[in-house]
Each structure stands twice: as structure tokens, then as C-alpha cells.
Design a protein around this ligand. Structure first.
Ligand code: SAH
Ligand code: MG
Length: 231
């Protein structure tokens, strides 16, 4: 299993050469990724970029949890390089922790009606990263999009709602679409509850306990599990 130790500092642009196991992205997109609001270190992002190139070559990539498009830039750039379609899903109204008064609220993401709206930011990120013609934004509740979904996935990245209900609904709705040999990536997996909420950790444990997935890589709070069997 590969392990990349996260540098943690997502605002540092001194990423080049720090992660010999992962390729650097082209400089102009790396700049966009680093300057986009969001919750992903460069070390984690570059692992997603590499995974998008490796697994994306086999099919479609889907992300749950676009926010302002930070992780989308890493996945989408890899997807574009190997000609893989990519869809990113979000209702763009923010998770519980993004709402006014909560820990991760950003007052600059509030629209004229006083609600969180990250969609314009995500679009601007895709434009800046030159991914607008390549990455499809699906705006809606994750399970509602999953209900009309019919396409096997080469890579599924779960980084949406972190409540118990949202994370387990995402797991149930989307993981059946991962093709054999495809990969499940989960963000914010914290084995120690003092480091963060446990819902993503629980779906990670659930994937391992299913016997359908084998862990192949870890970086920061990111886990990559390959589908080795289907029930
Ligand atoms: N991947 C992003 C961070 C995602 S934050 C980055 O790299 O920065 C989690 C996102 O999930 C929020 O934008 C929130 O709006 C979205 N979300 C939460 N619950 C959701 C649901 N049930 N359906 C769709 N999107 C949801
Ligand atoms: Mg996250």
C-alpha cells in the first residue's frame, strides 16, 4: 500500500518534488487548485489526480461534494488527460458545518437570499482550470442524482455530507456503480474521533468489512479502496 504523508498546508505552493510518488500537475492548474476555497491538501489532491489518470483511463469518474471545485480540479485535470468523462455532484447549499454560525461557514459564499451558494464559485473554478468543457456539474441532492444514474464508475470520490445519514446514503447509492477494478476514494477519514467526525470513517470501515474492497493508498485523511469483488 502506498502512503503519502500530507504536508497539511493547502495554501503552500511549494508542492513540486515533495511527493515523488505523485506527478505534479501542470503549473497553471496547480495554481488554480491551490487558490480555490475548499478542504483538500495538495498532497491529497495530487493523489486524486494520479488516481484519476490511472483509473479514469477505464471509465467514468464521479465526485460527490463539489463545494467550490478544489478537489474537482485535481480529479478533472487527470480525467481530461486520459479522456475520461467526469461528473461532480452537489446541491451547492453547503453541508451542516458550512451554515451560518457553524465552524466552516464562509460569509463570502452567501447569496442575495442569505443562503449558501457555491455554484458560481465552482463554475468559475472550472473556467479558470480550463475544465468547463470537460467536467459536468450535476446540481442536486446526491441521492436524487444517484436515482437517475445508470453508468458504471471507474472512480468514485465521496466527499459530500458528513452526517451519519448523508455519508451512509452516499455509500449505499453510489458504491454499487463502481466497476470491478474501479476505485472508491473517501475523504475525511479520521480513525481518531478527536481529529474529526466519524461518518466518513464508518463508511470506510463498511467498505472494508464488505469484503468487496481492498485498501490501495492513503494520503492525509484520504483513503483509496479498489473493488476486488462484487457481491
Ligand atoms: N470536495 C470539496 C469539499 C466538499 S464539502 C473540496 O475539495 O473542497 C461538502 C459538499 O457536499 C458541500 O459543498 C455540500 O453542499 C455538499 N453536500 C452535502 N450534502 C449533500 C447532499 N446530500 N447532496 C449533495 N451535496 C451535498
Ligand atoms: Mg472533505
Amino acid at each position: 500500500m502506498k502512503e503519502v504523508t500530507a504536508s497539511g498546508d493547502e495554501h503552500s505552493d511549494a508542492y513540486a518534488g515533495q511527493h515523488p510518488e505523485t506527478d505534479a500537475m501542470p503549473a497553471h492548474v496547480m495554481r488554480v487548485a491551490l487558490s480555490t476555497r475548499g478542504f483538500m491538501s495538495a498532497a491529497e489532491g495530487l493523489v486524486l489526480y494520479a488516481a484519476a489518470k490511472t483509473y479514469g483511463a477505464r471509465g467514468t469518474i464521479l465526485e460527490v461534494g463539489t463545494y467550490c471545485g478544489k478537489s474537482t480540479v485535481y480529479l478533472g485535470t487527470g480525467a481530461m488527460e486520459v479522456g475520461s468523462p467526469m461528473v461532480t455532484v452537489d446541491h451547492h447549499r453547503g453541508s451542516e458545518e458550512h451554515q451560518p454560525g457553524e465552524e466552516y461557514h464562509d460569509s463570502e459564499l452567501v447569496d442575495d437570499d442569505g443562503r449558501i451558494d457555491t455554484l458560481p464559485h465552482a463554475r468559475a473554478t472550472l473556467t479558470a482550470a480550463r475544465l468547463e468543457d470537460h467536467v459536468l456539474l450535476a446540481v442536486g441532492k446526491s441521492t436524487a442524482v444517484a436515482a437517475v444514474w445508470r453508468t458504471p464508475l471507474a472512480l468514485l470520490f465521496i466527499d459530500g455530507g458528513h452526517t451519519e445519514d448523508a455519508a451512509s446514503a452516499d455509500y449505499a447509492a453510489w458504491t454499487p456503480w463502481i466497476a470491478p477494478g474501479g476505485v472508491l476514494a473517501i475523504h475525511d477519514v479520521f480513525p481518531d474521533p478527536r481529529d474529526g467526525g466519524q461518518a466518513p470513517h464508518r463508511i470506510y470501515r463498511r467498505a472494508l468489512a464488505s469484503g468487496e474492497f481492498t485498501e490501495v493508498e492513503t494520503a492525509g485523511s484520504l483513503r483509496l479502496l479498489e473493488r476486488t469483488s462484487t457481491r
